[in-house]
Design a protein around this ligand. Structure first.
Ligand code: ATP
Length: 341
């Protein structure tokens, strides 16, 4: 076994047009991923994430270079061998209504069953274990058609696990999920990588989750020139912000969150601390104020906790008022003629 389970050697990805001209979407890049790592592939819409994942999974030929899994060229592997080493979970919704959760997960065993397709007791054990790993025991006997999107996603991940692959490739596994389910799904995949030694490559638009969970980020901007690194390095070197730059949205390097970008905003000072400070600041910035942490001459000031916990005091010029809810504060700001924008 080589140092890297997955190796990309000058791989470029894209499409060959009818007249045989190539449309290179992902420019040649070389990278290695050791076993047991979670890699998140991120990038704006249409940058080429799905194209690259299909190329790495051997579903389309690279335009140049080679993709190696444990030293073997994935595109050259026969499909049965590939299915034992690599499983792929794509986003398209499957129409397999009459199947139960269990029978769908059991399909993951096909690469291992003889021509009859009969599952042996050890196959059933693997299926049950895969269902347990994703916490889908309650879905085993349910018809797939009756499941929610999040429940279906769990079953599809269990099916991929039942293949007992060295590597899983997932295209947007957190799409269609609500926020708690997104976090659960990402934590599950991270645990599978770290505790079970699987190598996991997934694409996602959940940038915040990717920054928090990924061992490595593959950042694919529109230019097609892949940037690879630790999440924190890509934030600090500006690659992250540059890839997602937009006129209306800005990446806040302090908090690691995206914020709506406002122009011509009014400055306001905010003094306080704790969770109340965080959410008052959130409301002010949402309304387009530039929030200063120190008071300055001629600038309205909000002080938190002066009249007891959960209170605010607003001073505009010589006028002062106070209250409790953030709603009341925002109203007072408008009445005090401190327009945000
Ligand atoms: N079969 C195809 N033939 C030619 N071009 C294609 C084909 N499939 C996708 N493309 C183009 O390749 C580019 C990359 O598409 P891709 O789906 O890989 O992007 P993506 O980063 O996954 O996007 P999203 O975040 O929106 O899912 C797009 O411009 C798309 O229109």
């Amino acid at each position: 076994m080589t140092e890297f389970l997955l190796q990309l050697d000058q791989v470029s990805a894209g499409y060959v047009q009818r007249g045989k001209s190539q449309q290179v979407i992902v420019k040649p890049f070389t990278e290695g991923v050791p076993a047991g790592k979670l890699v998140c592939l991120i990038g704006p819409n249409g940058a080429g994430k799905s194209t690259l994942l299909r190329t790495i999974a051997g579903m389309q030929a690279p335009l140049s270079g080679r993709v190696l899994l444990d030293g073997q060229d994935i595109y050259q592997m026969n499909p049965a061998d590939r299915a034992k080493r690599l499983s792929v979970v794509l986003t398209q919704k499957m129409e397999v209504g009459l199947f139960t959760g269990y029978s769908l997960v059991a399909m993951g065993r096909h690469p291992y069953t003889a021509w009859s397709g009969q599952l042996r007791e050890q196959d059933h054990q693997v299926v049950r274990q895969a269902i347990r790993m994703v916490g889908a025991e309650n879905l085993a006997d349910r018809a797939f058609s009756t499941m929610s999107d999040g429940e279906r996603q769990k079953i599809m991940i269990a099916r991929a696990l039942a293949q007992e692959p060295d590597m899983l490739i997932l295209d947007e596994p957190t799409a269609f999920l609500d926020l708690p389910r997104r976090v659960e799904c990402m934590v599950l995949l991270r645990n599978l990588a770290h505790q079970m030694g699987r190598t996991i490559l997934l694409s996602t638009h959940d940038l915040d989750l990717a920054l928090r969970c990924a061992d490595h980020i593959w950042l694919l901007p529109y230019s097609g020139h892949m940037r690879v690194g630790l999440p924190e390095d890509l934030v600090l070197n500006g690659a992250f912000e540059a890839a997602f730059h937009s006129a209306n949205v800005a990446f806040d390097i302090e908090t690691g969150a995206f914020k709506t970008q406002s122009v011509g905003h009014e400055r306001i000072a905010l003094e306080g601390e704790g969770i109340q400070y965080t959410w008052v600041r959130h409301a002010l910035e949402r309304e387009g104020y530039a929030v200063l942490s120190k008071r300055a001459a001629g600038i309205p000031i909000i002080r938190l906790g002066v009249h007891g916990t959960d209170t605010w005091q607003l001073t505009i010029g010589t006028e002062t008022c106070h209250g409790e809810t953030i709603d009341a504060l925002m109203t007072a700001l408008v009445q005090g003629r401190v327009p945000a924008l």
